[in-house]
Ligand binder design. Structure first.
Ligand SMILES: *Cc1c(COP(=O)(O)O)cnc(C)c1O
Length: 371
């Protein structure tokens, strides 16, 4: 049996006709950049994410970059974020000239620990980027409270969390801005790169729209310097086809997560293996992450030999990346992030995964730890 980490072909087969019809129209009009499809998608994302505005951009990375630019973050500013995230979160902070300040994560959710943020706030702190990792929201109330008290901008990195909820509020609607990615492996993936910034601030919305087109307002007149952060119409048209299916795909992921729990518990593995903790409401399971006290890499190789795809998200926390050596962070600074990097493993969780495939995965894990 083969169990890939993600099988996008299965999803494509189910929506192929709609995708081809939606994109064929665009080939006829030859209108590829921004335009009505992007505007329509922005309206739908506003509705889906419960915000006032949305701005389609070129990727999740650019969503973070343009958000920092819209907030006026630059040299001399500090931005607090998690050391246990995809590189783009930390990378974009440096790209606007600011300094990333890392704080450790919670042991059970792998999300930034609000308590640890307090002691890192200085007079230079201008923003906090909580990352809703794996599809579960951060503990946002204490973060928002801290931020408001210090006049700090909150930018949610919701690249893995479209539709996730915290106390009934949607990811991307709680901070000043929310950043989404349509990278193919996200829960709502395009056929290439794409992203979105959500906000309920009219001022930030205007800035984002101008920054997206090189700071041009009106055309060819520049008061500020932006970039080419435009979303293309083909990606928007494809996302528009997929969005109506998103909740049903999310339900399937949640059902798969539940079935894994039953299987692990049935095999008596739930003491040996750490399973995802659902602490804060709607978890959309961009990833199903298990934690292994020992032999994680050997297990990974063994599963690979049995045809099972897995991944380590992420093997090196940000504070140990060579490019951030100038921050003078070192091993031991963020022990929970380091433990997560050593112990976690992502299992296949995509919507089309079958019961048989899941049973096979758990069986092979059982066999590995019995040998
Ligand atoms: C995927 C991802 C990004 C970047 O999105 P791209 O569209 O690939 O640029 C940023 N942050 C997190 C947490 C991500 O998972």
């Amino acid at each position: 049996m083969k169990v890939p980490l993600l099988d996008l072909k299965a999803q494509y087969q189910a929506i192929k006709d709609e995708v081809l019809a939606a994109t064929r129209e665009l080939y006829e009009t030859q209108r590829f950049i921004l335009g009505p499809e992007v505007e329509k998608l922005e309206e739908q994302i506003v509705r889906y994410c419960h915000t006032e505005h949305a701005v389609g951009v070129s990727s999740g990375t650019d969503a973070l970059l343009i958000s920092l630019m819209a907030a006026g973050i630059g040299p001399g500013d500090e931005v607090i974020t998690s050391p246990y995230t995809f590189f783009a979160t930390a990378g974009s902070i440096v790209r606007v000239g600011a300094t990333p300040v890392f704080v450790d994560i919670e042991e059970d959710t792998y999300n930034i620990a609000p308590k640890a943020i307090t002691e890192k706030i200085t007079r230079q702190t201008r923003a906090i980027i909580p990352v809703h990792l794996y599809g579960q929201c951060c503990d946002m109330d204490p973060i928002l409270e801290l931020a408001h008290g210090h006049n700090i901008t909150v930018i949610e990195d919701a690249a893995q969390a479209i539709g996730a909820e915290y106390k009934g509020r949607r990811a991307g609607s709680m901070g000043d801005m929310g950043c989404f990615s349509f990278f193919p492996s996200k829960n709502l993936g395009a056929f290439g790169d794409g992203g979105m910034v959500t906000t309920s601030s009219d001022i930030l919305y205007q800035r984002l729209k101008i920054l997206r087109v090189h700071g041009s307002d009106p055309k060819y007149y520049h008061n500020v310097i932006g970039g080419n952060f435009r979303l293309d119409a083909l990606q928007a048209a494809i996302i528009l086809v997929k969005l109506p299916y998103l909740d049903q795909w999310t339900s399937a992921r949640q059902a798969n997560a539940q079935y894994y729990r039953e299987l692990f518990s049935h095999e008596g593995l739930d003491n040996l293996i750490g399973l995802p903790v659902e602490k804060r409401g709607r978890h959309i399971y961009n990833q199903f992450i298990i934690a292994l006290q020992s032999r994680r890499d050997k297990l990974r190789r063994s599963l690979n030999e049995s045809g099972i795809g897995t991944e380590v998200y992420y093997p090196v926390p940000m504070h140990l990346q060579p490019c951030f050596a100038y921050l003078n962070t070192k091993k031991g600074d963020f022990p929970r992030a380091e433990a997560a990097a050593d112990q976690t493993l992502a299992l296949p969780i995509y919507a089309e995964l079958t019961d048989e495939q899941q049973a096979y995965v758990v069986q092979k894990i059982k066999a590995f730890y019995s040998s």
